[in-house]
Design a protein around this ligand. Structure first.
Ligand code: TMP
Length: 221
């Protein structure tokens, strides 16, 4: 784990419907209650510019979006987030919790779309300038549960992202490739990844996240 710079950079990853966003919010709330300075962000969409890029990426009408254009848009949103929010917050010694980061692109674009890792890692070097998460929580659930949850959420959502998004319309094989890629990433970088069983209740998952997170607080200056 990096201890050379102040702050703590934590990312949450998982397939759609894994519950990572709920868990990130619960962790942020708990840390806030303990008096820590916490910054929460998400990708794509953690900045005003990122939100505009997110609209293009998730609009179900944009079926003709080419895989390479999609890849570059995810990294455009990330570059803005790194520059505008993540690096300044880390420099100020804050705990930064981000919902998805480059591991998502490795899982969805490199593996899911079949674009390969090399191009993703090259863009990561440009957009993130060497910034890597200190810790990554991978919330594990099976693909069937994930898709059922994502569908239920779409039915409840109102507003801009109501209904199916462009990413929800992918085949089950696409989501299986994404899930398999997350497995490989976590196995390859076992020091950074914390795997959390996401199939239990929200409270139980939150307890697992806290048990894995709390020892890291000693690294926050
Ligand atoms: P979210 O629902 O977790 O906010 O993510 C939005 C969608 O974007 C989700 O289907 C995953 C996808 N995604 C990618 O395909 N590549 C990426 O790099 C990121 C950050 C998200």
């Amino acid at each position: 784990m990096s201890t050379t710079r102040p702050g703590l950079f934590v990312t949450f990853e998982g397939i759609d419907g894994s519950g990572k966003t709920t868990q990130l919010r619960l962790l942020a709330q708990r840390l806030g209650e303990l008096g820590h300075e916490v910054v929460v962000s998400c990708e794509p969409g953690g900045t005003a510019i990122g939100k505009q890029i997110r609209k293009i990426l998730l609009d179900a009408n944009n079926q003709e979006l080419a895989p390479t254009a999609e890849l570059l848009l995810y990294f455009a949103a990330r570059a803005q987030n790194v520059e505008e929010l993540i690096l300044p917050s880390l420099d100020a010694g804050k705990i930064v919790l981000v919902d998805r980061f480059t591991d998502s692109t490795l899982a969805y674009q490199a593996a899911g779309r079949g674009l390969g890792e090399e191009v993703v890692l090259q863009l990561d070097r440009i957009a993130c300038r060497g910034l890597k998460p200190d810790v990554t929580f991978l919330i594990d659930i099976d693909v069937e549960t994930s898709l059922a949850r994502a569908r239920a959420r779409n039915e409840q959502t109102v507003g801009e992202e109501a209904g199916q998004t462009r990413m929800d319309e992918q085949t089950i094989e696409f989501h299986r490739r994404v899930a398999a890629a997350y497995e490989r990433l976590a196995a390859r970088d076992a020091e950074r990844f914390r795997r959390i069983d996401g199939r239990t209740s929200v409270e139980e998952v939150a307890a697992q996240v806290w048990a894995a997170f709390s020892p890291l607080l000693e690294h926050v200056r």
